[in-house]
Design a protein around this ligand. Structure first.
Ligand SMILES: Cc1cc2nc3c(=O)[nH]c(=O)nc-3n(C[C@H](O)[C@H](O)[C@H](O)COP(=O)(O)OP(=O)(O)OC[C@H]3O[C@@H](n4cnc5c(N)ncnc54)[C@H](O)[C@@H]3O)c2cc1C
Length: 425
C-alpha cells in the first residue's frame, strides 16, 4: 500500500480519515481521478452545485505534489502575462489575466468555509537577485495593474532586507494575496469537506482503464465507476493512463528540506513578518517558516523526475547561499516530489470526446492554479465554458528531442537560463 512520502508534512499532518478502496460497481455524475488539489477542488465545486462525485486516488489523499510542496500560495501563472498576451491575443489574455489571482482567494474561502486547519498565513515575496530581475518585477507590476490586480507592492533593497534576513536581494515585490499553508493538511481538510458534502473518496484505487463513450466507465483493480463525466487530475503521477496527455508534458522532480525547529529569535530574524519567499531565478529557490519555526526550503529541478540520492547535498548549499547564518542548523527532513512541466510552462486543459475533462502541467505556481482549475472544470461540466475555453485554447507543443532526448535537451535549455541568471543578462 502506498503511504504519504516521509516528510515534515506527513510527520505533522492532522488526524484524518482513511478512505477504503473501491471494491464495487458504483455510479456517480462525475468520476474524478486523483485526490490532489485539482481533483479535490473540482469535486468540491461540483458537490456544492449538487452533483454526485466519486474520487479515485491511486495512493492517499495528498500523496502527490499537493501533499509535498513548498506550501507557497503564489498567484499568477508560470509564464508572464505579457508572453501570454503575445501568444493568444488580447481577449483571451484578458480572461486569463483576470483569473490569475483567483486561486489564492479560493483557498482562503475553502479554509474559512470548511474550517480547515492548515496554518494559513498571508504574504508572499518575489525576491530579485539582480537589477535585471528587479526591472522585470517593476514591469510585471505595471502589467498586472492593467488587469486590475493592484495589491502588489515593490520593495527596494532596504525594505526587502526588512522582510527577508539576507543581503542577497536587490529588491522585491510583496503580494499580500499570496501566503503559505501546510499543504498536506490543506488537502486532507479539502477531502474531509468533500465527504461532508456527500462525495465519496476511494484511496488505494488507481484508475487503470477508462471505457470512453457516452457513458464512460472507469476501472480500478477491484471496482468500477459508471459516470456521466470523468475528470483526469493525476498530473505528474498519471503515468500512461491517457497517452494523448503524456505526449506534451514531462514529469520533473523538485526537492525540499526542513530544518530542525529554530529559536523564535532566529526564525524572526530570517522572516520577521512570516512571509514566504521565492526568488526570480529560472531555477528558483522558495522558502518559508513552518508553524513550529522550521525553515522549509526548496529548489532545483530534476528533469524527468529521477529521485536524487542525496537531497541535502543538493539543497543545503542553496539554503546557505541565502542564509549563511544557518550553517550549524540540523536538517530534520528531506523529500522529493514531482510536478508536470509543459514546454510553454502553461497548463494543459481540455476535453477528450464529450465528457472526459483534464487539467495538468501548470509547471509551477500549482497551489493556486489547481484550485482555480477546479472551478474552471466544474463550470465547464455545468455548461459554462468561457474560462475553460480560455485555457483549452492555449497552444501546446511536444518537447524537442522526442521521448528519448527530451530530458537532456530540456536540461540543456535550463542550463542556458541558469547561466543568464548567474551572469545577470
Ligand atoms: C516538491 C514540490 C514543491 C512545490 N512547491 C510549490 C509551491 O510552493 N507553490 C506552488 O504553487 N506550487 C508548488 N508545487 C507545485 C504544486 O504542488 C502542484 O502543481 C500541485 O500540487 C499539483 O496538484 P495536482 O492535484 O494537479 O496533482 P498532484 O497533487 O500530484 O495529485 C495527483 C494525484 O493523482 C493521483 N493519481 C495519479 N494517477 C492516478 C490514477 N491512475 N488513478 C487514481 N489516482 C491517480 C496521484 O496519486 C496523486 O495523489 C510544488 C511541487 C512539488 C513537487
Amino acid at each position: 500500500m502506498q503511504q504519504h512520502v516521509e516528510s515534515y508534512y506527513a510527520a505533522s499532518r492532522n488526524r484524518h480519515d482513511i478512505y477504503a478502496p473501491l471494491v464495487d460497481v458504483i455510479e456517480a455524475d462525475v468520476c474524478v481521478i486523483g485526490a490532489g488539489y485539482t481533483g479535490l477542488s473540482t469535486a468540491l465545486f461540483l458537490l456544492e452545485q449538487g452533483y454526485s462525485v466519486a474520487v479515485l486516488e491511486a495512493a492517499k489523499v495528498g500523496f502527490g505534489a499537493s501533499g509535498r510542496n513548498g506550501g507557497q500560495i503564489v498567484n499568477s501563472y508560470s509564464r508572464d502575462i505579457d508572453v501570454i498576451e503575445k501568444t493568444v491575443g488580447a481577449r483571451q489574455a484578458q480572461l486569463l489575466g483576470e483569473m490569475a489571482f483567483e486561486g489564492g482567494r479560493i483557498i482562503r474561502d475553502r479554509v474559512a468555509k470548511y474550517g480547515i486547519q492548515c496554518d494559513l498565513k498571508d504574504g508572499g515575496v518575489f525576491a530579485a537577485i539582480t537589477a535585471k530581475q528587479m526591472h522585470h518585477l517593476e514591469s510585471q507590476k505595471r502589467l498586472w495593474e492593467r488587469y486590475g490586480h493592484t495589491q502588489l507592492e515593490l520593495m527596494d533593497a532596504r525594505l526587502t532586507r526588512e522582510v527577508v534576513g539576507t543581503d542577497r536581494y536587490v529588491g522585491g515585490m510583496l503580494d499580500m494575496s499570496g501566503g503559505h499553508i501546510h499543504p498536506l493538511n490543506l488537502a486532507l481538510g479539502e477531502a474531509a469537506a468533500v465527504t461532508s458534502l456527500g462525495g465519496r473518496i476511494f484511496e488505494q484505487s488507481p484508475a487503470i482503464r477508462i471505457d470512453r463513450g457516452a457513458n464512460p466507465v472507469v476501472h480500478t483493480p477491484q471496482g468500477r465507476v459508471r459516470a456521466k463525466f470523468v475528470v483526469v487530475a493525476g498530473n505528474a503521477y498519471l503515468g500512461g493512463l491517457i497517452p494523448e496527455l503524456a505526449a506534451k508534458s514531462m514529469p520533473c522532480g523538485t526537492q525540499v528540506l526542513t530544518t530542525e525547529p529554530l529559536s523564535e529569535e532566529l526564525a524572526r530574524s530570517l522572516l520577521p513578518q512570516d512571509y514566504c519567499v521565492e526568488d526570480c531565478n529560472y531555477l528558483l529557490d522558495y522558502y518559508r517558516l513552518s508553524a513550529d519555526n522550521r525553515l522549509i526550503f526548496g529548489g532545483g529541478v530534476v528533469y524527468g523526475a529521477r529521485d536524487p540520492a542525496d537531497i541535502e547535498a543538493i539543497i543545503r548549499p542553496k539554503l546557505l547561499k541565502t542564509f549563511p547564518q544557518l550553517k550549524d542548523v540540523k536538517i530534520d527532513y528531506t523529500w522529493t516530489g514531482n510536478f508536470l512541466l509543459t514546454l510553454s510552462r502553461l497548463p494543459q486543459v481540455g476535453r477528450l470526446g464529450d465528457n472526459i475533462y483534464y487539467s495538468q502541467g501548470c509547471s509551477g505556481h500549482g497551489v493556486t492554479y489547481t484550485h482555480l482549475a477546479g472551478k474552471v472544470l466544474a463550470n465547464a461540466i455545468r455548461g459554462q465554458t468561457e474560462s475553460f475555453d480560455a485555457f483549452a485554447q492555449l497552444p501546446h507543443y511536444p518537447f524537442p528531442g522526442g521521448r528519448l532526448f527530451r530530458v537532456p535537451f530540456t536540461a540543456m535549455g535550463a542550463c542556458y537560463y541558469q547561466l543568464r541568471d548567474r551572469l545577470g543578462f
